[in-house]
Every structure is written in structure tokens, then in C-alpha cells.
Design a protein around this ligand. Structure first.
Ligand code: 13P
Length: 253
């Protein structure tokens, strides 16, 4: 059975003190209240990965994740963080291909394929983001764009490595806008993604890969979104910055 995962993407928010308080609160609530076998991931700014990991300790249900890593192994790349560094700091997850990185930092499919390779080489789990902007949805190009994003950055992987990837479908028009995709829109796209993976890797592999939904998930809409059969959890932005709300979202899976 595929893993249920609720991941928080803190983006560029919080000071060290605030981050430590948020991580401690989430950890306490998750340990006390999460009854399912879901996994919770806190994707923090790089600077907070170690302190947050230390707060989370050796928990088997709540982990730390990075928001990006370099495609390079090491060297003269000022300001970058490598997959090897994340591994050495016991950071098991890394978000790759978030739409904000595609949009503001010019990350394209070929670059993301190299980042995915770098992450997998060091046994990190990439949370690979895909999703269409509003104008693409409006001209009904969302299915073909998302399929292309998967092909460009994941379909070079072999049958084993693809199983180590988590996919997050995040329609760009739903990110930070308060405009969530409907449960039906989410389910439709998750089914498209799973069928596309099945067309390349077979049904069993496609059934084993977790596909998360992201875009204005909150405590009020999480249950309905997560009820869809192809939605295996969420990638949560704004609502992950509040411990109680994020915990309620995690409990909704
Ligand atoms: P919001 O939940 O704030 O819409 O952000 C979603 C997101 O980008 C998670 O990666």
C-alpha cells in the first residue's frame, strides 16, 4: 500500500525562534493525536533543517525536508546546498520543481531531471511538484502540460528509482490564492498522473507511488480533498505555518 503523506512547505517564512516553536508544537500534537499511519514532513528553510531535525528527534512519523537542492555534487556554486549535504545532515526529503522555483528561478524540466538524479543518488526522497498555471487550465492544456512535466523530469528513471519519488500535483492557480481545486478536479488530475505513470512503468508501479495535492489546502477542505482515491495526502503552504491547523490537516488523511 502506498504511503499517506502530509508535508508542510514553510517556504521563506519564520525566524529561528519561531521555527523551533512551530516544530515543537507540531511534533507534540502529531505524537499525541495522529492515529493513522500517515507520515508528516516539515519542509523548512535550509537554515532551520538541523535545529528542526534535532527537535523532531528519531520520530518514525514526522520528518524534516528541504525545499530545494543543487543538481551538482559539490564545488564552486555559492549559495547552493547539495543532496550529499542534506543526506549527511539526515534530511530524508527534498521538494523539487516547486512552481515558485520554476517561475522565479527559471528551473526547467531538464534541470529538474538532474536535481531528481542528484537527490536519488544520495537516497533522498524527492517530492516532485507539477501543475499548470491558470492560462493553461483555461485553454484546457492542463493534462498535456502535467504529463510533459513528468516526462521531462522523471521518465528517464528506471523501474526502481521511480518508486522512490513522491509526486505533488499543485495547480499554480490554487497556490496561495485561497482558490482550492475541487475534490473532483484534484481526483481527475491525480488519476491522469497515475495513468501516465502506468503507461510507462506499469500498473503496479503506478499504484505504489504517492501523489499529494497542493494548493490552498486548509483544515476545512482537507478531508474532502483527501477522500479521493488517488489523493494520497497534501503539500501544504500557508496552513503549515500554524501548528493547530497543520495538525488538523494531517489528521484528515
Ligand atoms: P498554499 O497552501 O499556501 O496554497 O501553498 C501551496 C504550496 O505551494 C505548497 O508547496
Amino acid at each position: 500500500m502506498r504511503k499517506k503523506i502530509v508535508a508542510g512547505n514553510w517556504k521563506m517564512n519564520k525566524t529561528l525562534e519561531e521555527a523551533s516553536i512551530l516544530a515543537s508544537e507540531v511534533k507534540g500534537m502529531i505524537e499525541d493525536e495522529l492515529m493513522s499511519g500517515a507520515i508528516v514532513v516539515l519542509c523548512t528553510p535550509s537554515l532551520f533543517l538541523l535545529p528542526v531535525r534535532n527537535i523532531l528527534g528519531d520520530s518514525k512519523r514526522i520528518f524534516v525536508g528541504a525545499q530545494n537542492c543543487s543538481e551538482h555534487e559539490s564545488g564552486a556554486f555559492t549559495g547552493e546546498i547539495s543532496a550529499a549535504m542534506l543526506k549527511s545532515a539526515k534530511v530524508p526529503y527534498v521538494i523539487l520543481g516547486h512552481s515558485e522555483r520554476r517561475q522565479y528561478f527559471g528551473e526547467d524540466g531538464a534541470l529538474l531531471a538532474r536535481k531528481v538524479d542528484a537527490a536519488l543518488k544520495h537516497n533522498l526522497t524527492p517530492i516532485f511538484c507539477c501543475g499548470e498555471p491558470l492560462e493553461v487550465r483555461e485553454r484546457n492544456g492542463h493534462e498535456s502540460l502535467v504529463k510533459k512535466q513528468l516526462e521531462e523530469s522523471l521518465f528517464h528513471l528506471d523501474d526502481t528509482h521511480i518508486l522512490s519519488v513522491v509526486i505533488a500535483y499543485e495547480p499554480v492557480w490554487a497556490i496561495g490564492t485561497g482558490k482550492t481545486a475541487s475534490a473532483q478536479q484534484a481526483e481527475d488530475m491525480h488519476a491522469v498522473i497515475r495513468r501516465h505513470i502506468a503507461s510507462k512503468y506499469g500498473q503496479d508501479t503506478a499504484e505504489s507511488i504517492s501523489i499529494l495535492y497542493g494548493g490552498s489546502v486548509n483544515a476545512a477542505n482537507a478531508k474532502e480533498l483527501f477522500a479521493s482515491k488517488d489523493v494520497d495526502g497534501g503539500l501544504v503552504g500557508g496552513a503549515s505555518l500554524k501548528s493547530r491547523e497543520f495538525t488538523e490537516i494531517a489528521k484528515a488523511i
